[in-house]
Design a protein around this ligand. Structure first.
Ligand code: UDP
Length: 319
């Protein structure tokens, strides 16, 4: 695709490492910048065997040669961020500071060389919207600043505004991706993500803990589909200056998800309903439903994620 390298920040993370593998497979040279705070070197085991792979173990903000790396790159894919509901609730200062500060540095570096940037954002920015489907141009409904969860949405939303500002004022070709729930091999449950937690509990024969009444729903996208969508967006000139949803649009209720995980892993585990307050403290707000509109993604790339939840669970449970 290009002869210049692609810089992937957060490339040792779950989505980043899969993206790195795919880019290398496509013949690209990839430079990963990752401080290994939540990502891990083992995610890059395959990539490390490739001579076109380069690794910088540092935060974006502490990477001494960031400007020259960015100037020499065909694109920066900025995935490095503090993510995961549980982590965000536990460390809100670090979440806000990382998500704002590191993105600012990437955009400032890119503006010097006009290097294109693809910024990872999140479906959290849609907040508590009760629309049946979330579209990129929708109004956003974020909860109050007294509830820590929303700091994540706001930090990523400011990243989006900043990226758009760099696009308009400084001519940086920017693409923004709002990832919906993404799952697959290498995802850890350590920061709150539901499917790896359910699989681990089911495998151990422990109760599978469903928060709330379990009737809330999410759409889960296989990481291979998300990565395919991202690569196509990287190649789409029309995607510059746009915000694009990336996810699957087949919803499942979390209680049903728990049962399907138990079934897929042939586990004797029971499902246990756990009040939100006992996990996150009083006043925690969860969204009832979250489903993307994929019209824009499909129009820009001709692609929509199709791997089913059964395929995802088969991949994770080895059944
Ligand atoms: N959830 C759950 N048990 C867990 C972790 C999460 O029931 O151990 C629920 C969570 O309350 C939410 C859904 O599963 O309704 C998805 O949670 P996750 O943190 O994976 O993603 P979110 O969509 O909340 O960003």
């Amino acid at each position: 695709m290009h002869s210049k390298p692609i810089v992937v920040t957060g490339g040792a993370g779950f989505i980043g490492s899969h993206l790195t593998d795919r880019l290398l497979e496509a013949g690209e040279t990839v430079i990963v910048v990752d401080d290994l705070s939540t990502g891990s070197r083992s995610n890059l085991a395959l990539a490390e065997r490739n001579p076109r792979f380069h690794f910088h173990a540092c935060k974006v903000s502490e990477c001494a040669d960031l400007e020259s790396l960015v100037a020499g790159a065909s694109m920066v894919v900025h995935l490095a961020a503090a993510v995961g509901v549980e982590r965000v609730m536990r460390s809100p200062i670090q979440t806000i500071e990382t998500n704002l500060g590191e993105t600012e540095i990437v955009l400032a570096a890119a503006s010097k060389s006009r290097t294109p940037v693809l910024l990872a954002s999140t479906s959290e920015v849609y907040g508590k919207s009760s629309q049946p489907e979330f579209s990129e141009a929708d109004d956003l409904l974020i909860g109050p600043s007294t509830l820590g969860r929303w700091s994540y949405a706001c930090s990523k939303l400011m990243d989006e505004f900043l990226a758009m500002a760099y696009h308009r004022e400084r001519g940086v070709p920017v693409r923004i991706v709002r990832f919906f729930n993404t799952v697959g091999p290498r995802q850890t449950g350590a920061y709150g993500m539901v499917i790896p937690r359910f699989v681990a509990a089911a495998r151990a024969g422990d109760p599978v803990r469903v928060y709330g009444d379990g009737l809330q729903s999410r759409c889960f996208c296989h990481v291979a589909d998300s990565v395919e969508a991202v690569i196509r967006l990287m190649r789409s000139a029309e995607a510059v200056g746009q915000v694009v949803n990336v996810g699957n649009d087949q919803p499942v209720q979390i209680r049903e998800l728990a049962e399907r995980v138990i079934h897929a892993t042939r586990s004797p585990s029971p499902v246990e309903l756990v009040p939100y307050a006992s996990v996150f403290g009083p006043g925690f707000e969860d969204m009832r439903h979250r489903k993307p509109s994929l019209k824009l993604l499909e129009r820009l790339t001709g692609f929509r994620p199709r791997r089913t939840l059964d395929e995802i669970l088969r991949d994770l449970s080895g059944s």
